[in-house]
Design a binder for this molecule. Structure first.
Ligand code: ZN
Ligand code: ZN
Length: 257
């Protein structure tokens, strides 16, 4: 069996058993309860998950002024963006429960919250008219941050998403395709949009060493899964990298915007 240390070196999410062990320890320290209603033994109960308000109005993720049915990029912005759209069923500041769940998942190390968040995302994405994905790619974490956090929250959400999007037919989740080739400052620490762009320039590249990787994305519809899209710069960089390798369509699919 691979040791957690070896897995962290590769930048992939650690296996289920390892997460379960961490969870066991966390359970002793923080007894689990629904983050919304306080119901015991579950982090986000089914009825609270269903009660998350539906977002009805979507807009182009680039100009943010043109309304589009499911967050597709508008015709004018398509010329300058590699992203074909960003679907986000929750608005971060409007939905406190979702924001709290994402925060707990990322900063309080509660990996079990990825399951309900992935399910929520899948259920809402199923009702859109976006092209069905051939593959799902979670937005990667740099191995350094992976070492600190122990898991990539986007990868966990992507796995849960894949399981519930078309029940019984999981869509392949590929964590091996996109890797971050250099370390970037946390987005919140870079001051403005220009600095953020600077910070992310060439931060992503297709991992090399496996000739099958280009074939895996060529002509494919890819859904990039992440927890939140703040400015979309990260998603744009991922999309640019994938389109360079021949991907047909790239949609960002994120829990909250
Ligand atoms: Zn609840
Ligand atoms: Zn636009």
């Amino acid at each position: 069996m691979e040791t957690p240390e070896a897995i962290r070196e590769t930048g992939k999410s650690p296996p289920y058993l390892y997460l379960k062990l961490r969870e066991f320890i966390a359970d002793i320290l923080f007894p689990r309860a629904c983050i919304s209603c306080g119901k015991p033994d579950i982090f986000f109960c089914e009825s609270c998950l269903q009660a998350v308000p539906r977002r009805r109005v979507f807009d182009c993720p680039i100009c943010r002024t043109v309304r589009t049915p499911d967050g597709e990029t508008c015709l004018r912005c398509r010329k300058r963006s590699a992203l074909d759209g960003v679907f986000a069923p929750a608005i971060f500041h409007e939905q406190a429960v979702v924001a709290e769940a994402i925060h707990a998942l990322k900063y309080e190390f509660v990996p079990d919250l990825a399951l309900p968040l992935g399910t929520l995302l899948a259920e809402r994405a199923r009702d859109t008219d976006l092209s069905i994905p051939d593959i799902i790619i979670p937005v990667p974490l740099h191995p350094w941050r992976m070492r600190y956090r122990g898991f990539n929250q986007s990868a966990l959400i992507a796995r849960s998403f894949s399981e519930s999007f078309i029940p019984g037919f999981p869509i392949p989740v590929r964590e091996d395709i996109l890797i971050r080739k250099r370390f970037t400052l946390p987005q919140a620490k870079s001051r403005n949009a220009k600095e953020r762009k600077e910070n992310l320039r060439d931060a992503f590249s297709l991992s090399l060493g496996n000739p099958d990787l280009k074939r895996a994305v060529k002509g494919k519809v890819v859904w990039l899964v992440d927890d939140v899209a703040t400015t979309g710069t990260t998603l744009e960089e991922c999309a640019r990298t994938l389109k360079k390798s021949g991907a047909k369509k790239i949609f960002g699919v994120v829990v909250a915007q």
